[in-house]
Design a binder for this molecule. Sequence first.
Ligand code: NDP
Length: 486
Amino acid sequence: MSNGNKHLTTSWGAPVGDNQSSMTAGSRGPTLIQDVHLLEKLAHFNRERVPERVVHAKGAGAHGYFEVTNDVRKYTKANFLSEAGKRTPLFVRFSTVAGENGSADTVRDPRGFAVKFYTEEGNYDLVGNNTPVFFIRDAIKFPDFIHTQKRHPQTHLKNPNAIWDFWSLSPESLHQVTILMSDRGIPATFRHMHGFGSHTFKWVNAEGDGVWVKYHFKTEQGVKNLSNEVAAKIAGENADYHTEDLFNAIENGDFPAWKLYVQIMPLEDANTYRFDPFDVTKVWSQKDYPLIEVGRMVLNKNPENYFAEVEQATFSPGTLVPGIDVSPDKMLQGRLFAYHDAHRYRVGANHQALPINRPRYEVNNYQRDGQMRFDNNGGGSVYYEPNSFGGPKESTENKQAAFPVTGIADSVGYDHDDHYTQPGDLYRLLSEEERSRLVETIIGAMKPVEHDEIKLRQIHHFYKADPDYGMRIAKGLGLSVPQEVK
Ligand code: NDP
């Protein structure tokens, strides 16, 4: 309990004479503006919050490590994956998506699953979710989509009309909607869910040969979920249930772990696969591209300070290391801009220099100045390039692998419009009990929608995925599948 006998000081280090009573003119006051300790205390308090993340505002984090268990050097030259047994420290942040900071953990929502590997060649961020797909596949739709998940501008309430209107007009969302409404839409804890990189990335080996890659973190704790009833009860009793569970598990030495697997696709297959493999609303069938083990992630240390480590942690899918590259996935391409931009706004231009974000190894560049530059700012070292004074230079062996591009610049969608096969496959792989709960959950979520037109449009999509799926939801909503859909 004891913090020793240190003197309380002001933020400029001077001893504080009184921290209980402000300085007043006479015992009744008024209060004197010359009490600079009071002014500083109140002013700093007013500035304690940074803007919360627009999405993924509520989260919990932990430190840990990644250990390679399989040799994947033929696919990537990434140094942290270079040999079995190699360990890399990391930090993970789990989150809900739509709710505000302070909202209940046990809501039906995808979960963010963001990992920062502190590798010897710089940080590598894998910024995924607990689902392998996403609602949309072009970043241009993201602000509209998130508006529908947030609050109505007048009522400040969640708005089922907007949610289902958008989804029914964006049928590419059906796969993710099906996963979200299934049992896995409310994980029992952050420890009992898988994680996915979701997008397609590119791995490049030492010879410069590339492959497409998708990441799967499989929980060693097993997948466990909460029913709607239990989740609602917990949300009322303990809004921080998942945050508390993760902290306590680690504090008690029960360290959660995940196995990391990848699916590997030869580059040429992307031209001939039965759908566009860069479409983030689709999975690659594991029958076509089986899971290959890479390593194991263990979380074994709680943050010492929530704000410094969890709130200020900044992840971006553009935080890449040599041997790992991006794909033309249009959602990923937009995220490459949006994430660091969000952090520059939220945390500041020098967010990557904060202790939780800064690489554990050297950073040598010509960036200088900016708000809150709190290190030595490069001191007197050379501050431009090219220069004649031995400043850091690019290493051409780390140049991004060249790739061909074809076509005409235009605003075009994906060629492939089968939004139904994969949600249908998922529906068909569920047990009868799982299907019943899925259908019940969707009926419950769609009932408050005020417009039959929206409900019928969405029923159409469920029916096209699987007639049984569509008919059961229509029945539950007291509607019929429109004749033209059949
Ligand atoms: P597979 O039979 O090879 O794989 C099925 C996958 O579905 C497994 O990864 C399994 O994960 C997962 N799964 C099982 N139950 C659920 C559930 N209730 N919610 C979400 N995922 C579940 O078949 P395919 O690869 O051909 O995929 C068939 C369908 O499975 C897809 O359309 C997709 O919806 C779903 N799926 C596919 C994934 C993939 O990467 N191919 C990943 C996740 C889902 P687990 O071992 O944890 O049970």
